[in-house]
Structures are given as structure tokens and as C-alpha cells.
Design a binder for this molecule. Structure first.
Ligand code: AMP
Ligand code: ZN
Length: 139
């Protein structure tokens, strides 16, 4: 996909600061870091969202996410790490090539997620949704 910025990074026609590369997975620095050291992990083949990715490849992506998170802790002395992953424009996905954000966190780094918990009307509402999800799970 020539109009995909991450495919162009994979092809090498757009520069990136690479952290890790193998035949299927690439990790590189995000140019607009939430926190300095923020990295991205992508498959080399273009898939739009996480649910499009074959499970074997998803497992390989997660293994690299784990290694990059560990490197942020050892090399950057991160105190913690956030993994962020968006699917679809309504979820905040801007680049439509599936990617995991790996964001190092430091005590008192000042960043706050805008995460406001809500409530179900009643327990039955939650259990009904759970039932619908159980029925829809692909084995
Ligand atoms: P999302 O909003 O989850 O789609 O995130 C897309 C991310 O890609 C943003 O954090 C951008 O800063 C990052 N990004 C966009 N273009 C580049 C690029 N050329 N090199 C590195 N990161 C990029
Ligand atoms: Zn792509």
C-alpha cells in the first residue's frame, strides 16, 4: 500500500528510527511521542486493524511489544509502560495500518489518560452484554 505511511516505512521510502526488525515485525520510534521513548510495533504486511491480523502474527507482534517494553524499562529506566492500540477512526486510529503504541512511563511524568469510568444501569445489563459476547466469540 503506497499511500500507507507505515507501509512506506517498511519499504524504507520513509525514514524511521528502527528499534527491532525481523521478517514479519518492525518496531520504531513514534515521531510524536506522548512520552519520550514512545515506540510503535507493526506487522510488515498491511492489515488495517487487530481483528484482521492472523493469530500467529498477533502473537509475534505481542512478543515484540513485550521486548520493547522491557527495553524501555532497562535502557530508559521507565518505571512502567502503557500499551495502547486503537482500531477504527471512532477509536482514535489515525494511521490505518495496525500498530501497538509502547509508551514508557515515569513516576511524576505528568501524563494523565482521559479515562472516566461509567456505570451499568443494573448488573443484568452487564451480564446480558457478556452473554452476547460469549455467543459471538470465534473458537
Ligand atoms: P494512531 O492515532 O493510533 O493511529 O497513532 C498513529 C501514530 O503514528 C501517532 O502516534 C503518530 O505520531 C505516529 N506516526 C505518524 N507518522 C509517523 C512516522 N512517519 N514515523 C513515526 N511515527 C509516525
Ligand atoms: Zn500499511
Amino acid at each position: 500500500m503506497n499511500d500507507c505511511i507505515f507501509c512506506r516505512i517498511v519499504q524504507g521510502t520513509v525514514p524511521s528510527a528502527k528499534i527491532y526488525e525481523d521478517d514479519a515485525v518492525l518496531a520504531f520510534m513514534d515521531i510524536g511521542p506522548i512520552i519520550k521513548g514512545h515506540a510503535l510495533v507493526i506487522p510488515k504486511v498491511h492489515y488495517a486493524t487487530l481483528t484482521d491480523v492472523p493469530p500467529d502474527l498477533a502473537a509475534r507482534l505481542i512478543a515484540v511489544v513485550q521486548r520493547v517494553a522491557a527495553a524501555q524499562q532497562t535502557a530508559l529506566q521507565a518505571d512502567g509502560v502503557n500499551i495502547h492500540q486503537s482500531n477504527g477512526a471512532c477509536a482514535g486510529q489515525v494511521v490505518p495500518h495496525v500498530h501497538f503504541h509502547v509508551i514508557p512511563r515515569f513516576t511524576n511524568d505528568g501524563h494523565r489518560w482521559n479515562w472516566a469510568a461509567t456505570k451499568y444501569e443494573a448488573p443484568a445489563e452487564m451480564t446480558a452484554l457478556a452473554q452476547r459476547l460469549r455467543a459471538a466469540l470465534i473458537p
